[in-house]
Write a protein that binds this ligand. Structure first.
Ligand SMILES: [Zn+2]
Ligand SMILES: [Zn+2]
Length: 288
């Protein structure tokens, strides 16, 4: 099993690898550059190779996350240019660190309507994939449907993936809190989860999910707001969280916590909880 959390690389990528192990994880997410800016960062291949080797030697897998300001469906032509350059830069930085996946949120249509927003998002993705020729997979993350956010449902994710010229170079990232807040799956309800799983299979989305962002939610089912909560402190509760963590269809997909901890060491108990749930579920399946 792969479990971990979002970690700072401010003290260096190798330190984050060590921190992941100390917290009991074997996976972590990081920002390849400042998460509040589009400002490109120079790609340091030697430092990247050292970081990649440290993760490989430790048996730790990694995923990167694009800056939060990124809107793949922006109207502004100048911002569109900046966005393409920023994501291409993120993909290059990520690849240099040996990370196979870069996560970016679905776009916001900002009042222009969904159809136009989707068209602009597809154009932006086509440009990014034309300019970046490397191996890192760009993974689109589902949203809570807050404001004009697109990408709530598996059908919407696949509509975008299937419309780009190089669909094989895209993956998906599923956030448990966003899907719940979006009103797409109620993890507390076995039937809702079964229907969601069926939708993931029917649309072809399931095999594209490379990473699961594992978070509880501060808002109730369908609340349409993106507010992560610490495990067992939000609306998913133990039953919902446990069901999401142990769904057999998700067994091989790495879980990454993005819960609002004050200090990284507080991820330790949450990682331990995920490990315990998954171990118990696997033992139960083996015994059944
Ligand atoms: Zn997330
Ligand atoms: Zn979120």
């Amino acid at each position: 099993m792969r479990v971990g959390c979002h970690l700072s690389t401010a003290r260096g990528f190798e330190k984050a690898v060590e921190a992941a192990l100390e917290l009991g994880g074997n996976f972590f997410q990081y920002f390849p550059k400042n998460p509040r800016s589009y400002q490109p960062k120079a790609v340091d291949r030697a430092a990247g190779a050292r970081g990649a080797e440290a993760a490989r030697a430790a048996g730790v897998w990694t995923v990167a996350h694009s800056p939060y300001v990124t809107n793949l469906a922006t109207y502004d032509p100048k911002l569109h240019e900046t966005t393409v350059a920023s994501v291409v830069n993120d993909l290059e930085l990520t690849e240099a660190l040996g990370t196979p996946w870069l996560v970016v949120h679905f776009g916001k249509h900002v009042g222009g309507g969904e159809a136009d927003g989707k068209r602009r998002m597809v154009e932006t993705l086509d440009e990014i994939l034309d300019r970046y020729r490397g191996s890192t997979l760009l993974c689109l993350e589902n949203t809570a449907g807050q404001g004009s956010e697109m990408g709530r449902t598996p059908a919407e994710w696949m509509e975008i993936v299937e419309a780009v010229r190089q669909p094989g170079r895209l993956g998906l990232c599923l956030d448990t809190c966003h899907a719940f807040a979006a009103g797409v799956v109620d993890w507390r309800d076995e039937r809702s989860v079964a229907a969601f799983e069926e939708e993931l299979r029917a649309t072809g989305a399931l095999p594209l999910i490379k990473v699961i962002h594992f978070n509880d939610s501060m808002v109730d089912f369908g609340g349409r707001r993106d507010r992560h909560q610490r495990l067992l402190k939000g609306f998913l509760g133990e039953e919902g969280l446990r069901r999401a963590a142990t769904l057999p269809a998700f067994r091989e997909i790495p879980l990454c916590l993005e819960t609002p901890v004050d200090e990284e060491r507080e991820y330790g108990p949450e990682i331990a909880l995920l490990r315990r749930w998954k171990e118990e579920a696997e033992a139960e399946e083996a015994g059944a």
